[in-house]
Design a protein around this ligand. Sequence first.
Ligand SMILES: *Cc1c(COP(=O)(O)O)cnc(C)c1O
Length: 420
Amino acid sequence: MTDDNRWNLATTQIPGAWFNVLPRLEEQLLPPLHPATKEPVTPDDLAPLFPEELIIQEMTPDPWVDIPGPVIDVLRLWRPTPLVRARRLEEAIGTPARIYYKDESVSPAGSHKPNTAVPQAYYNKAAGTRRLATETGAGQWGSALAFACSLFDIECKVYMVRASYRQKPYRRVMMEVWGGQVEPSPVDDPEHPGSLGTAISDAVRDAGSRPDSHYSLGSVLNHVLLHQTVIGLEAKAQLEMAGERLPDVVIGACGGGSNLGGIALPFVEDKEVRLLAVEPSSCPTLTEGRYEYDFGDTAGLTPLLSMYTLGHDFVPPSIHAGGLRYHGDAPIISHLVRNGRMQAVAYPQGKTFEAAIQFARVQGTIPAPETSHAIRAVIDEALEAKEEDSERVILFDYSGHGLLDLSAYEDYMAGRLAGS
Ligand SMILES: *Cc1c(COP(=O)(O)O)cnc(C)c1O
């Protein structure tokens, strides 16, 4: 053990391949079904929406998938990200637990999302796609994709949930700085506040109707979680540098499951490591949803995915953690929860802001409201370790910073925030 509190890898130590969990699952994942025929989708069904390489990655049995050189070149702008030990938080709690986090907030867009935006833009460019259409909630994903598209010189059209479009101008401005074109969703009902489900419908309709365009999704799908595994692979190497063996528990906020999958999947085969998903109690997909086939969007245009879901027409209340307001969850994450390999817990919004402020006042950085869900669970783990007087190694994903979410903090501090 060292008394250091930050472990960096050299830029040459960015992983050379992504970790594919699919061939390592004890039971096979149920395949996505065609929305009309209810038969398993074929690569041809997906071809209007995605380039071939991404369709292959969605289904590949290869245990590792090489990361193309031009993708690594871009990831080098901010990767490898630091592994940080939250010593001041440990001291404030008075816990014998050791708390480590992977700081994904250092990316240009301020979250983990560019880890998949960059390869998605790259594979589309390589396949000749001239334009990508996507959806965004609060703007985290839209800004990540606009950034990636600008580097690979493709157009980016973002359908943004109308409520966020009106209330959160700064991420829209980020998207526009990177050359993205932003439109509020749903496009056909200017009075509707929108949801991720309506915005996905708009983006899929757009991409499906234009030969020059493909669709891009920022979470949920297998290839997205695959791209995010750089987080967990780097973290494993950095924990070793820190003198740790394996963590006792790996924690991540779960919206569609991509940052959680990214940090947790490389630990799936380490059976003694507990994996924990954290979600809002107002959108309790894993803790209260049903495990069944459902559409990924509101209009029912996407394939049916086998997942925990609150129903594709569920419109979650407008909590500030916009990235966690999705009715479904990644089939991979749902499968792990279903089989007991991963646990899930839900917290009301107020408890997560309380944790975020406790964190900010000792560690300094201000977390995204999504990330605050993970931090709430981390603090509770650390308190439990204190109670039991047990050393416990906690690893979590610091999925993003909250510097564009300050109005949410203002509401919380002014007592204007709905509890759930
Ligand atoms: C989008 C987002 C999330 C939730 O999405 P996942 O796909 O579940 O990772 C969490 N944290 C931040 C900062 C986000 O931007």
